[in-house]
Design a protein around this ligand. Structure first.
Ligand code: SF4
Ligand code: SF4
Length: 255
């Protein structure tokens, strides 16, 4: 549609956008968090760092100070509060960002290292990179926890993708509560819309939530997905539907 597009895969615990866009990666950037290192010669074992840490990532045990690096959010609170200036911050790599181009789309992917517990710093680092494209599409993880909020923060519009099942509806209600709390405009896409029941439709109708698109189940679509092919490659109707979806969102943002 004549736009430069960037795709940011912020589902950093299991990014899969590259399966479909098949990008050529030209750059990799490490994502680090600053974790404390204690100089025991300066430390008086007062325990203030441990008391200040909301994440229980630093503990004073007798005459030593233990840092649990995988729990550390790199907030800097312990080094700020240390009265002896005994804490310095050491960068620790928790993931990386891949950058490249796939199918003419600027491609950026965040990936959390296996075994790491805290993903929002990877998403934050990814979103901080300079994006020059007209449109940036952010692929967020499922759910309503911190990684999702980090991904959708500061966006113009959120698409909530659901399925018409009791489980899907439960998650949708939580997600609607989240985007309303943050104050972001949003709409719903119902995937596999011809299975399940009508309760998702009724919920959206009652809550004056716009259903942007319904995508009925299609075995050929599922097969294409499993081969790593894009939806629009299945038939031209999908391409038309996706163009309408995009234009609808642009119109809503403009309003
Ligand atoms: S706050 Fe500083 S001096 Fe006190 S226990 Fe922690 S590192 Fe040691
Ligand atoms: S940097 Fe923050 S999260 Fe990490 S140990 Fe210090 S206070 Fe805790």
């Amino acid at each position: 549609m004549g736009k430069d597009v960037a795709y940011l895969d912020c589902d950093v615990e299991e990014p899969n956008g590259r399966i479909f866009l098949k990008p050529e990666i030209t750059k990799q950037i490490d994502v680090t968090v600053p974790v404390p290192r204690v100089d025991l010669d300066k430390c008086t074992f007062c325990g203030e760092c441990s008391a200040a840490c909301e994440y229980h990532a630093i503990a004073v045990l007798g005459k030593t100070v233990e840092v649990f690096a995988s729990l550390c959010h790199g907030c800097g609170g312990c080094s700020d509060i240390c009265p002896e200036d005994a804490i310095e911050e050491i960068p620790r790599t928790i993931g990386h960002i891949s950058r490249g181009v796939g199918m003419g789309v600027e491609f950026l992917e965040g990936r959390l290292n296996v075994g790491e517990a805290i993903s929002p710093p990877v998403t934050k680092a990814l979103k901080k990179l300079a994006i020059t494209s007209d449109v940036a599409i952010i692929d967020a993880p499922p759910g309503t926890s911190c990684p999702v909020i980090e991904a959708i923060n500061d966006t113009d519009f959120v698409i909530l993708v659901t399925e018409p099942t009791p489980f899907g509806l439960n998650d949708l209600k939580l997600a609607v509560g989240m985007v309303r709390e943050i104050g972001l405009p949003f709409g719903v896409v119902i995937n596999r819309s011809d299975i399940g029941d009508d309760r998702t439709d009724e919920y959206c109708h009652r809550g004056k939530i716009e259903i942007l698109k319904k995508i009925p189940f299609n075995r050929r679509l599922a097969e294409a997905y499993s081969r790593g092919e894009m939806m629009f490659s299945v038939n031209s109707q999908y391409e038309k539907n996706l163009r309408e979806l995009y234009q609808n969102i642009v119109n809503r943002i403009s309003r």
